[in-house]
Structure formats: C-alpha cells, structure tokens
Design a protein. Structure first.
Lengths: 413, 456
C-alpha cells in the first residue's frame, strides 16, 4: 500500500465510533464488517501476520463504500480509500474473481462489446431464452436463487441511448454549451432518463453534446482493478478534453464521484481541469440555470427523496435535488423521509454478490419510504434507483423509484 | 483449544454464534487503546442461561474468559489479554422494561447507551450518564467500567443509577443483586462492588437503573478568558454561588488553537481558556442560573460571554468542543487519552503540572475536559511508530499520575484501570488495598477465569 495510505491508517484510534454509522454493522453486529475491524486487518496484513486468503477476500468485499463511517469519524479516517486500496492489494496478490476479470478486461474497455452484451441481454429478457444465461453459468456466480437473480438484473433496453440521439442538438444561439456523460446505466438500461435530461436541457436553451465515451471506471476501481480504471479514465479524458463546453453534466452520482477522483487517479492537468467542469444535473439546473418550472397539473402526488451516497457529499448534493423537487409543486408535493441519506445497499455489484445482506440494508429504506406516505421516491443515481425498485417490488410496495430529472421532464411537452 | 470443548460451546449457543477463524478473531483483539490480545474463540451468547453454561465449561477446562460489549473502552478492560474466550454480549440487547411510575428501567447488557437515552427521553425521562462513546458503547460496558461523562458534575456517574443487577458469577451461577428500590441495605452492596469491577467479578446479564424526569429547559454559555487562572476561579465561584451546571468544559490555549486551525470558526487565538457551561432544570431555574453564571464570569475578568437556548444555537456553541477530538489528532496521529482526576479546587495546579510535564518530555499535551468534576482529560499526541517518543509518553503518563495523586486525586476518573493503569495501582491503593482486592477476586473466582490479569 502506498505511503500516503499509511498516514490514513495511523489516524484510526479504534474508538469504534464507526459501529454507529455502518449499515452493514447494523445488520451483522460483527467487527470484521465495520471500518475499525478492516483497518486492524490491514495493519496485520502489513505486518505479515496474515496473508490474503478467501476469508479476507470475503471480508473486504463486504463494504458498501458508502462512506458513512468516514463522514462521522472523529479523526476523519478515509475508509473508502483504504478499502479500495486493499482490494487493489488483494487483486495483486490473488487476482480478480474470473467473472469480474472478464467483465473488466473484455467488456468495460470496449464500449461496443458492452453494448453488444446489452443487446444480447435485452434479447434474452424479451425472448425468454433462459437457457442462454443458465448455460453460460454467469448467474451461478452469485449466491442467490435463480429467480431472484433474473429479477434483479436490469431490464436492458434494446437500443443504447447514445445510439438513438444525435451527438449534438444544434440549437441556434444557446446560452450555454454542455457535454453529457451519460454513464452506462442510462445508456443501456434507462434511456428514458437520458431522454429526460436532453429534453430539460434543450428546453432551457442549452446546447448538449454527447461525445464518445467509456464507462467511468467505477466497477473496476471499486474492485481494486486500478489499471482498467485508469485506462477508462484516460479514454474519457481524451474524448472530453478538447470540447468547447461550459460544463460536463451527469445524471449519475456514482459517475460524478468517479470523475471527481480522476485528478488524484491520473495526476494530469487535463483531469484536474475537466474535474472542475463536472456537474450533477440537479446542481446544474438549480445553481447554473436557475430553472423556472410551470408544473402542468395540480395532482399533489407525494414524492420523497433518497440521497445517493456519492452525491450527498458533493457541493449542494443534498440541497439541489430537493430544491428541484420543490419546484414541481403543486404537481408533486415533496415530503422528507427519515434516514433519507442512509445507503440503499446497492453499492454497484454488492447487491448481486451479497444479495441477502443488501436486501436487509434496503429494508430500512423501504420502511422509511412507506412511512413517508410518498407514492414516488426520487433519486439521482441510476443504480440506487434500480436497487430501490427491486426492493420495493420485493416488499409488495406500489411505490416507484424514479430519477428526479424524469419528474422535471414531465413539465415540458 | 480442545476441540471437544469447542464442540460443546457450539452445541450450547449454535454454530452461527461462535467465531473461530483467525482473521475474524483478530477483529476482537482490540478496544479503544493500543493494547492487543487475540482470543482463541469469540462467542455471542443470546441469554443468561447460555452465558452461565459457557462459564461453567470454562471452569472445567480452566479457560480464561474476557467479557466484551462494543469494545470502546479506554483502559484495555475488554482485551482478551489471556487469549481464551472473548464473550461478546451485544446480542443481548433488549430493553426489557421502562417504568414511568417507578422511574426505572430494566435492560440487557448489549443495549446501546445512546439508543436507551432516545427511548426513555421519548417518554419524558432522563438517564444522565453520557460517556463520549454513547452512540456505540453498551450499558453492560458502562456498568462494568462505571462510566461517567460530561454530565457527571451535576448528576454523578453510572454507579449512582444502578439499582440492581443479574450476574453470572465467575463459577457459572446466576445471582441477583439489589433490586427495584432506591433504598436497599440487605447484605453487602454487591451492586456497587460489581459496578466498575471491569469484568473480573461477574458477567452482567441484566441491569436495573433508576431514571430522572427529563429537565424541561437548557441554556448554554461559551466564555473566553485571557487568563487560565480566571477561568479556574470562575468554576469555583459558580459553585460558591450555589449553581451546579450540568456540564463545565474547559479548553486550554493549545486546544483552542488546534480547533481554530481545523474549523476556522473565528475563535480568538490569544485567549488562554474557554469555558463551556450548560445548565438545565425548570425554565425559571435555568434563567436564574445562567444570570448568576454571567455575573460571576464578568467579575472574574472574562473577555466575553455567548449564551444560547435554542437547540441550533446551543449546538453552534458546542461546535468547538465537539471538534476537539478530530482537531488534536492533526498534531500527531496516536492519541493517548488519560483521565486522571483531581479535586475541583486543584484544577489550576493540575493544569500547571500538565504543562510542565508536556514541556519536560517534549510532547504535545493539550488539556481539555470536564472541569466541573476535576476530570481533566490530558491527551498526549504522539506517533505510535516512533519508539523514542512512545517511551517519553510512558514516562510522562507516570508523572501525570503522580501529580494527580499528590493533589489528592485519582488515577482514573471514568476509564477504569484495565491493563493500561495496572502498573500504577499500588501508588493509590497501597499494598493493603491491593491485597483486599486480590482476596475478593480469589474468593469469588477460585479458578481465575474472569478477565485474569486485569486491574491488579
């Protein structure tokens, strides 16, 4: 582990304060699953008292990277960084699980291949050729019932979002020009979110460019596959650095937080420069555009909001989405729920690799949503939204999770 | 560990409640200190009967047992120093009863103190002990260590609220002490003996505590002093005037500078001390008390006073105090938090001694803490990887204890002796006192099963 991480390690006093804030400790009550336990293990690894093995791999994969522990740590120990770097060390020592290796090496690095898989998956889901998936054995890598697996897998859109829209929208005299980093989920799973972004932005006389782009790299980075993460980051920087745009907007909180880490990852001036232009769509609409809305009908549908972990710690990350929802009054009536900023348990592929635990974490959120009496739960991260919808369905709830921008787009014809 | 023995434990409490893998056991080797001891097995019993069963088995095989709550202790009390069994009580976490009529509650040891506060405060009641770790620490751990907190000055510490206990003795029998009444003089006061016994005399499996009605009002004052001695004099004068604030927190200049550098909230850097005081009670009482405090501060040459009553405003005043912990680790990463306590009137002398010790051993030694009850928390900031520095820390700690004892104080106000202060115990108790403790331990724990090697 690099030297600067030693300094982070030294800060932990083992006070145990993280126990009160860790969603996984709340479910398991076990020290290996809380920050302090992992830090003790890292120190033992460094002292060669223990070596990476199956048990440690399991312990270090059992973290949501939600950052609640760091946020509440009296010594501000940056646990997310420590866990990511440990996963990197783990990978260096033992290699990635085959499935993840294949995804990272062969899919994420090639946008076309990712799209092809998306299309195959869409075909599979539409045609019901279950043998295809069962035969490949991919699903058997995840420890849950087959039916559950098939249900949690995103319903892939037949056509990738970025293929259905022109690269530029071509406004005559736009007030601003932005580049849109769509992220993989919007591109492959929920093109409706992308369409909503374009509709809202264009209606506010802002020119949008959708440049060629790759996955932001978070699945690789979170798994410790730093090399692939860097490759993807560099590719993205390459396609975005020469654009003449005022901002780079995103609808995905996770992509946003990854872009914000590009400067530290790549240590390049381009990355530094571009990270300053990156902006969440909610913040852009409130702080830059100062959006005015005329909600069409007076329905008064109650909507609550779930804070994505990756958005809530960015500037205005908590206030802007709520502000935007309040703009939808009287069509929508915003209600705050308890535990709004608690992790939903999605955490990338955590909800596949640790399905039961992930659902236990989600349960608290689902209960909060129910208590709020909201009919819709809005959020600003596509993977949170997928997790919320899956868990809502599991609990038999009629509440639907949607992206804030989808609700905003309803105001425009 | 003998595999037949392990099998019997597993049979008693279930496989899912027993941890044997090395990596997992490492995660039960620590507490809030830098002491370590890896247990041979970690067990999570779910009820008193299971605890008793495990202790009986441990007696047959002569295996040491270290009871553990959330593992937030600051003296090494729950460290499985003798290896053996780490017995974790967090699964026993039910609040069994809250009675407004009798002003008392019955809880299992694994109940989190902060959670208990919330539940009873919802019902208009109040449980004063408030250790800094209250969001995490457990009621059982609080009783075992006799935990305190900032409110101790007015309200006392854990032992002042424990009415009765259910305990598994070191030989595995189940015993009840005290009861549900405030008055109880039947037999020796075993409740008090067990409160603060640091897991050496019994495993606490149920706790009956008395409660108070929740105070109706609260006001907070933040006061700056050019001279530390004026701040100290203010504390004594306030008490002279008959006002007992719930908390009086002191921050010295080093601490203030650290906090300001870290939070940039505009604290004056040229003051020598800040006092943060909170009064609670009926609205009339609170209004009168805060007025007296303001007058006393003025008479004692304070620079200025800020007073707040609304929750947000009070929190703003608390901001500096709450930031201390994170602010001071910016100096050096390893924090050695001591809790030597002196009679209130000796605070100025103790602060002076602490400064001299810090200078003598070239250590960062900011002073802040509970000035009202003389429980200053001298914190030494060092780097645990710097052996030379850690040696100086050890010497400084010894001198801090000597200074406290010379002023009529004690080694530990609220953290306990555990492993950390064991070498110094004789200074305070003498050989006779130590032998008395040893005799009690030997009488109730003939096989030396429970937390051996702790305290003495």
């Amino acid at each position: 582990m690099e030297y600067k991480y030693q300094d982070i390690l030294k800060k932990c006093s083992r006070c145990g304060g993280c126990q009160a804030h860790c969603p996984l400790f709340a479910e398991t009550g076990r020290e290996p699953y809380v920050a302090r336990g992992k830090i003790e293990l890292i120190e033992n690894l460094q002292a060669s008292n223990i070596q990476w093995n199956d048990r440690l791999a399991e312990i270090f994969s059992t973290c949501l990277l939600c950052g609640s522990c760091s946020e509440n740590c009296p010594n501000e120990v940056e646990v997310v960084k420590l866990v990511q770097m440990s996963r990197k060390d783990l990978m260096a020592a033992r290699g990635l699980p085959i499935i993840k290796k294949n995804i990272f090496q062969h899919l994420l690095k090639y946008d076309g291949r990712l799209k092809t898989v998306g299309k195959l998956l869409a075909f599979y889901q539409k045609s019901g050729v279950q043998k295809l998936a069962r035969g490949t054995g991919i699903l058997s890598l995840f420890p849950m019932q087959l039916a559950e697996k098939e249900r949690i897998l995103p319903r892939i859109s037949g056509k990738a979002f970025r293929d259905t829209y022109p690269d530029e929208t071509g406004l005559k005299s736009p007030r601003l020009k932005v580049a849109y980093f769509t992220g993989c989920v919007t591109n492959l799973v929920t093109p409706k979110v992308g369409a909503s972004v374009l509709k809202v932005i264009n209606s506010n006389n802002v020119e949008v460019i959708i440049p060629k782009q790759y996955c932001c790299g978070v699945p690789a980075l979170a798994s410790g596959e730093i090399g692939v993460g860097k490759f993807l980051a560099e590719e993205n920087i390459k396609y975005f650095k020469d654009l003449d745009v005022d901002y780079i907007i995103m609808d995905c909180a996770t992509c946003l937080s990854t872009w914000l880490e590009y400067p530290e990852l790549l240590k390049s001036q381009d990355a530094e420069h571009l990270a300053k232009k990156v902006m969440d769509i909610n913040r852009f609409l409130i702080e830059v555009i100062d959006i005015k809305l005329n909600p069409p009908q007076e329905l008064g549908i109650k909507v609550t909001y779930h804070d994505p972990c990756h958005l809530k710690r960015t500037p205005g990350g908590k206030s802007n989405p709520r502000e935007l929802l309040k703009h939808l009054n009287p069509n929508y009536q915003f209600v705050e729920m308890a535990l709004a900023d608690r992790c939903c348990g999605s955490a990338g592929s955590f909800n596949l690799t640790h399905y039961d635990l992930s659902q236990k974490v989600a349960k608290h959120k689902i209960e909060s949503i129910a208590k709020s009496k909201a009919e819709i739960v809005a959020s600003a991260c596509p993977s949170c939204i997928m997790q919320l919808n899956h868990s809502l369905q599991n609990s038999g709830s009629k509440v639907e999770a949607k992206h804030v921008i989808e609700l905003v787009a309803e105001c425009y014809k | 560990m003998d595999s037949t023995y392990l099998k019997r434990i597993i049979k008693t409490i279930g496989k899912e409640n027993v941890i044997t893998e090395y990596e997992d056991r490492i995660c039960y080797s620590y507490d809030g200190t830098f002491q370590r001891g890896i247990p041979e097995v970690v067990v999570f019993p779910g009820n008193t009967g299971e605890v008793a069963e495990i202790i009986k088995l441990a007696n047959i095989e002569h295996i040491p047992v270290s009871p553990r709550g959330a593992g937030t202790g600051l003296s090494g009390g729950s460290i499985p120093e003798a290896h053996g069994i780490a017995l974790v009580l967090t699964r026993m976490n039910k609040i069994k009863e809250i009675s407004k009529e009798d002003l008392m509650a019955v809880v299992e040891p694994g109940v989190i103190t902060g959670h208990f506060h919330q539940e009873i405060e919802k019902m208009g009641m109040f449980y004063p002990p408030d250790p800094a770790s209250l969001k995490t620490c457990t009621m059982g751990g609080n009783v075992a260590e006799n935990a305190g907190g900032p409110r101790a000055f007015k309200y006392g510490v854990t032992k002042d609220y424990v009415l009765g206990l259910e305990v598994v003795t070191p030989t595995g029998e189940i015993m009840r002490t005290g009861g549900r009444t405030v008055k109880n003089v039947t037999g020796y006061d075993l409740t008090r003996l067990l409160t603060g016994s640091e897991g050496t005399l019994g495993i606490i499996t149920e706790i009956t505590v008395r409660l108070l009605p929740k105070p109706k009002d609260k006001k907070t004052a933040l006061v700056y002093f050019d001279q530390l001695k004026d701040a100290a004099k203010t504390v004594t004068s306030i008490i002279y005037e008959g006002v007992i604030p719930a908390t009086i927190e002191l921050m010295d200049r080093v601490t203030i500078n650290c906090v300001e550098k870290y939070t940039k909230q505009g604290l004056p850097l040229d003051v020598e001390a800040i006092l943060l005081m909170e009064v609670d009670g009926s609205p009339a009482q609170v209004a009168e008390d805060i007025q007296i405090i303001e007058d006393v501060c003025k008479r004692n040459n304070c620079r200025n006073t800020e007073i707040a009553s609304a929750y947000e405003e009070r929190e703003r005043l608390w901001k500096a105090r709450r930031a201390v912990s994170s602010a001071i680790v910016q100096l050096k990463p390893t924090k050695i938090s001591e809790d030597a306590t002196v009679p209130r009137s000796k605070i100025p002398e103790m602060v002076k001694s602490l400064k001299e010790i810090g200078t003598k051993y070239q250590l960062h030694l900011p002073v802040f803490g509970h000035a009202g009850d003389g429980n200053l928390h001298p914190n030494i900031l060092a780097d645990k990887n710097d052996h030379d520095e850690m040696e100086r820390v050890e010497k400084a700690v010894g001198e801090i204890f000597q200074a406290a004892l010379a002023l009529g104080g004690t080694l530990s106000g609220e953290h306990g002796i555990g492993i950390m202060k064991k070498p110094y115990l004789q200074w305070e108790l003498g050989e006779v006192g130590l032998n008395y403790l040893r005799a009690i331990k030997k009488a109730v724990d003939p096989n030396n099963i429970l937390n051996p090697g702790k305290i003495f």
